[in-house]
Ligand binder design. Sequence first.
Ligand code: PRE
Length: 360
Amino acid sequence: MPRDLAQLRTEIDAVDRELLAALNRRAALANEVGELKRAEGSPVFRPEREAQVINGLQSLNPGPLKADNVATIWREIMSACRALEAPQRVAYLGPAGTFSEQAAVQFFGSSIEHVPCVSFDEVFQAATAGTADFGVVPVENSTEGVVTRSLDLLLGSPLHIVGELSLLVRHHLLRKEASLDGIQAVLAHPQALAQCQGWLSKHLPQAERRAVASNAEGARLAATNPAWAGIAGERAGSEFGLHIAAHAMQDEAFNRTRFAIVCLPQTLAAPQASGRDCVSLVVSVPNRPGAVHDILVPLKQHGVSMTRFESRPAKSGQWEYFFFIDVQGHPSQPHVAAALADLRGLCAFYKVLGTYPVAD
Ligand SMILES: O=C(O)C(=O)C[C@]1(C(=O)O)C=C[C@@H](O)C=C1
C-alpha cells in the first residue's frame, strides 16, 4: 500500500533529525579544525579543500539529488562550518542588494560577515587595512568590457586575486508602481545604465538617466519617489519593497559580470593547482617598436594560452600603457613557469596579480 502524506512526513522528520545530528557532528569537527588552525596561525578558508569536498561528493552522488544541488547544499554547509572556525568578513560595493553582494554570497556562502562599502576604493581599503578579510570587486562585464577603476586599484594594491566568479546579471526596472507610466528619471550605477541603454532609449526616451554610486542605492532612492525608477537585481527589489516594472531589461540576454576575490597575501596562500587555473599579470614594456609583440612570443613558444589582454593608460602623460594579461595554467606547470620567466625578462614592469581557479 502506498504511504499517505502523514506517513511520508513522519519519515522526512526522522531523516531530518539524522541530518541535524550528522551536521552537528560535522560542525564540532570543524570547530576542532579551527582550534588547530588558530594554534598554527594558518588561514581558515581553504578553497581547494572545499572544491575537493564538493567534487568528491558529486562523484559519489547516486541521486535523485542533482549534482548542482549537492554543490549548493555543501557550499552552505561549509560556509556555516567556516564561520564557526572564524567569521569571514567580506567587503563589497553595497548597500545590501547589489550584484557585488550576490557575488560575495555565491562565492563564500551566506555565513559571512557583510562589510558593505560605498565605493570600489573603500573595498580595497577595507581588505588592505584588515577591517575585512576579503574583497569582492567586478573586473569585467560581457556587454560593457572592463571595470576600469577595479583594474587601476589592482595595479597599485598589495592585495592579490585568489578566486573569481562569473555572475549572470539580470537587470530589472524597479519602482513603486508596476508600470512605466510617469517615470521621469532612472537612477543606477553608470555600468548598469550602459548595459541597458538600448532598452532605455526605446522604452523611456524622455527619462533622465542619473548615475548614482550603486544600483542598490538607485533602488533605495526609487523607493522614496514614485517618479523615479532604479535598475537593479531582484535582491535590491525585495530589499526596498519595489515592483518589477520591466523584467530582464539589459540589452544582452546573457549579460555576465566577472568578479575578482581579493585579499592580502598572508590571508590566503595562492591556491594550489586545481587543473583549471589562470594567472593574472600586469606588465609594462619599454617604449620601443615591437615591444608589445615581443612579450607575446614566450607565450606562443611555450604553448601557453592567453585569455585576456587589456590595456590601461599609465597616467604618465607619455602615451604609455599597462597591460593586464590572463594566461591559462598554473606556475607549478613547467611550461607556464618557463613562459612567465621569459616574459618577465622582457618587461619594464611585471606584477603577478594572482593565481586562482577559473570560474565556470
Ligand atoms: O578542512 C578544513 O580545513 C576545514 O576548515 C573544514 C572546512 C569544511 O567545512 O569542510 C571548512 C573551511 C575550509 O574552507 C575548508 C573545509
